[in-house]
Design a protein around this ligand. Sequence first.
Ligand code: DC
Length: 225
Amino acid sequence: MKHPIVIAIDGTSASGKSTNAKLVAKALGFVHVDTGAMYRTLAWYCLQQYVNPEDPKAVAATCRRWKASLANVDGHVHLLVDGKDPGNELRTSEVSAATSHIAVVPKVRDWMKQKQRECIQFGSLVMEGRDIGTNVFPETDYKFYLDAHIEERTKRRAAEGVNENLAARDQRDSQRAAAPLMIALGAKVINNSTLTSAETSGLILAEVRRRLEASRNAGRDGVMR
Ligand code: DC
């Protein structure tokens, strides 16, 4: 593909964004970007630096001065801090809790949006998050919104060994002032409560191919400029 395209996958927590984004990226040979991991990296760094994640001014100042850079590691984008990849340290419950505080800071969201748009340097992308279709790449024609019943999502998290109040997290994600979780205009909504990941990613791939074909037929190439 001559020009890169971006597939935006947004949705609620534990709606299968990561699993399906990875499957779709692999099937198409696109680069996968987990934007939640980017927010988690800043939260991790704040904790490392003894910066209070609940202090928006201190968090914004940290975001202004940290040395973070993008790297494409085997088709997955990572945010390195001082050249280091925090890896599994991003998945602790302490980091999860800190992330929901730093993610509401407007200066942080501006910084993340800019870095996320820079990912296009790596080629065509499958980018997962909460505001990709609405805010980061609103111009893309390939938008998806995943969801599942809360009971099913709670079960999925529990299977990963995490007991989390997902209703509270959904509420925080969709009611924050800066770039709240919303269904983007033109997004295909997929409720995958009763679907396997092979079925969900199959639906996404079929829709991407349908939209690519429609763009070609309409004389547009559906690519990012
Ligand atoms: O998808 P996740 O659980 O790794 O996301 C971690 C946190 O980051 C979660 O509180 C939602 C937030 N987030 C966000 O606000 N915007 C994004 N594009 C991605 C994640």
